[in-house]
Design a protein around this ligand. Sequence first.
Ligand code: IMP
Length: 453
Amino acid sequence: MTSDTPTGSAATTGAPAPGAPGAPGSAAAVVGLQWGDEGKGKLIDVMASGFDAVVRFNGGANAGHSVVIGGRRFALHLIPSGILHEGVLSVIGNGVVVDPIALVEEIDGIEQRGVDTSNLVLSERAHLVLPYHIREDEQRERALAGAGGRDRSIGTTKRGIGPAYADKALRSTAVRAGDLRDPDALVARLRAIAPAKNALLGAFGAPPLEPEALAAELEPVAERLRPRLRDTTYLLHGLLAGGRSILFEGANATLLDVDHGTYPFVTSSGTTALGISSGSGVPAQRVGSIVGVMKAYTTRVGAGPMPTELHDADGDRIRERGNEFGTTTGRPRRCGWLDLVAARYAVMVNGATEVALTLLDVLSGFEELRVCTAYRLADGTTTDRFLPDARSLESIEPVYETLPGFAEDVTGVTTRAGLPDNARRYIDFVESFVGVRISTVGVGPDRAQTITG
Ligand code: IMP
């Protein structure tokens, strides 16, 4: 076995306990360690009240953070989870791709439920996802699904994320939130983009981009968003200089990172803590604590390798008990045992200073729990290194350790010491394997069902 994976120290860091205030002038982050849907939204919601601002730095409406408060479920896609806390500034940073139509719908949806959104601001440098990006995403997926007689689609959320980031990199076909300020400039921009976009959309047989019609559709949305546009880089530096604290909210997750994930079955942005700086303008050294969130098991939506996926009754049981259906697309999630090789890699790449383990309650009732601690390669050797490349990862077999399960319902447990012995053993095993402290354990969907310390 090759064993050159560095492990972190189990040091306690300066991360504030959920609900406790962030240190003045400091920033913390919450990022997903797996393939998304780890329960980041709930944790951020629990932590948010201790910070002055909650900031999104990557992704777009592909993310779906659901938060349950007092039995009511809120699904947030673009709006930072801090919005549900009065007095906390919610910032959509420059690294996010924003569907302005979806954003206004989301604002209206939560306002109708009595949530005040006056504290939501948007970077003028965030790039826009427009309806033709969504059509392009759909058409590209459709073309890949039929390519060469084999389904090669990525299984995207079809929210236009990839095409919008591609346009950002291309520059000549990009539209930024700041372009919503001036209706004449916006229509001129769309006219300039139309020839290239329409050549592509036409080749796919999709309806064309009509600049005047789209500008007219966007105008009421632009009117709503204009007052929220800011230079969020200066805004955030101003907050830090004034002794305020910031919480960065990662969207999607580490194994979906465009550089460090299971490429090409990834999303198009920097989803790890490494993406914070480019996606917000705040340098890495300001981010003192990084909480990596992982489920007590593994899930994935969309295509791509997942070594511990279960195709049996155990997988179905996890899906049903964990309500593992996508917040954004409603798709059933692929479910499997905890992949600790992947988790330790994700802790390393993010520089996670602590881990929040979520959905422990879903595992109650299994006689035995399996965790993947190594991969067996095609040549028969084993490694404890993650393989962040789809083709390499597809060819491995997971090597499991089996731990005793716990039968008790843990949804009402409030302290780590109060957990059944085998649940505690499971947590201890995970903690020592990934090498950082597990500071939070989730035992149910409500804010209150969180064990800290
Ligand atoms: P895209 O981000 O829509 O381009 O999708 C690319 C891949 O990332 C697909 O497999 C999606 O299912 C997955 N994905 C994107 N965002 C999330 C998320 O927030 N949770 C889980 N999977 C996601």
